[in-house]
Ligand binder design. Structure first.
Ligand code: 5MM
Length: 341
């Protein structure tokens, strides 16, 4: 393992003013997104859509540091035969790959899951590296509800995250460690804070036990945020203040960077929260976005599966990428959104 090189890649992933595009929707999830815009999900339509994103010059060269791909996408070529991975590299961004294989019900823990995909992971990582992937992603899912999460679910998911991270580093791939505490439910921001604290503490304990080098990884957490149906929604300032307090308490400064998931927040909320956190600096780690929905909802709508809408889709993507790039430096203002509209 070359830690200097892992650290170089991890640092580039959270470079000031840049963040990660999570385009790693599995076939089921992308179908849901396409259903919402009335587009049939086929290998070709998925390719066309992602090619549109990766050919968005402004977004890809100025605001996107890396792209998380799904297995199908990493092996796909653009219409003109150029591998999609090459389009990402040519734009100056780093290709990455989602390597988890989804979740499975956790025995003895009703309503809870564990993320799977460790079998044969070492061999798969080798192939992904040869294809150009320099980082990977694994997402653990923790749900908040009555009596959950259990310590069992937190432990097994943290253990799997650390096993994955160690395998990645041995294969010279930077692991994105994503323990996602879901926003679903009516819990308040403080319950989210408490659960996320337990999850992060357990995750870093496992990472230490399994000798993962913190300088060669990126953490992808949720923010400390109110549940979607909570009657009292925390303000932007409260989310920012509590999230930074939580991360400072749980994430060692040796970690190269933190890149948030958006988790179902609206586009603008996700941008405003990141921006407000940067107002609370200086921060011990690079802090940016690794959004899926909050970067892609607008371009998906603008594109709607029509070739004549490709420019509109790219414009919508570049706008969201620029807004989040500014937020990653604390330089975003809501008036910039209105101007664009
Ligand atoms: C883009 O969505 C990713 C893939 O999800 P599935 O495996 O369920 O298809 C997801 O892992 C994503 O990378 C993160 O959750 C962040 O995405 P959001 O939309 O929460 O920012």
């Amino acid at each position: 393992m070359n830690l200097t090189e892992l650290n170089r890649v991890a640092t580039a992933m959270v470079a000031p003013g840049k963040g990660i595009l999570a385009a790693d929707e599995s076939s089921g999830t992308i179908k849901k997104r396409f259903d919402a815009i009335g587009v049939e999900s086929t290998e070709a339509s998925r390719r066309d859509y992602r090619e549109m994103l990766f050919r968005s010059k402004e977004a890809m060269s100025q605001y996107i540091s890396g792209v998380i791909l799904y297995d199908e996408t990493i092996w796909q070529d653009a219409k003109d035969g150029t591998p999609l991975v090459k389009l990402i590299e040519q734009a100056g961004a780093i290709p990455g790959i989602k390597v988890d294989e989804g979740t499975q019900a956790l025995p003895m823990c009703p309503g809870e899951t564990v993320t799977i995909g460790l079998d044969k992971l070492a061999e798969r990582l080798k192939k992904y590296y040869e294809r150009g992937a320099r980082f990977a992603k694994w997402r653990a899912v923790i749900d908040i509800g009555s009596g959950i999460p259990s310590m069992t679910a937190i432990s097994v998911n943290a253990h799997a995250l650390a096993r994955y991270a160690a395998l990645c580093q041995a294969a010279q791939i930077v692991p994105i460690v994503e323990p996602e505490v879901l926003m679903d439910g009516d819990h308040d921001v403080d319950r989210c804070y408490d659960v996320t604290q337990r999850v992060l503490n357990k995750t870093f304990q496992e990472l230490r036990v399994q000798r993962v080098a913190l300088e060669g990884m990126v953490l992808k957490p949720n923010m400390a945020i109110s549940g979607k149906t909570c009657a009292k929604q925390a303000s932007v300032e409260e989310v920012a203040e509590k999230t930074i307090r939580l991360l400072k308490a749980c994430v060692p400064a040796a970690v190269s960077g933190i890149a948030f998931l958006s988790g179902g927040q609206s586009d603008e909320e996700a941008t405003a929260h990141l921006n407000a956190m940067h107002k609370l600096g200086p921060l011990p780690w690079g802090l940016t976005f690794s959004y899926g929905r909050a970067l892609q909802a607008a371009p998906q709508k603008a594109w709607s599966g029509k070739a004549e809408n490709v420019t509109a889709g790219q414009r919508a993507f570049s706008h969201r990428a620029r807004m989040n790039g500014l937020a990653a430096k604390g330089e975003w203002q809501s008036s910039l959104e209105q101007k664009a509209a």
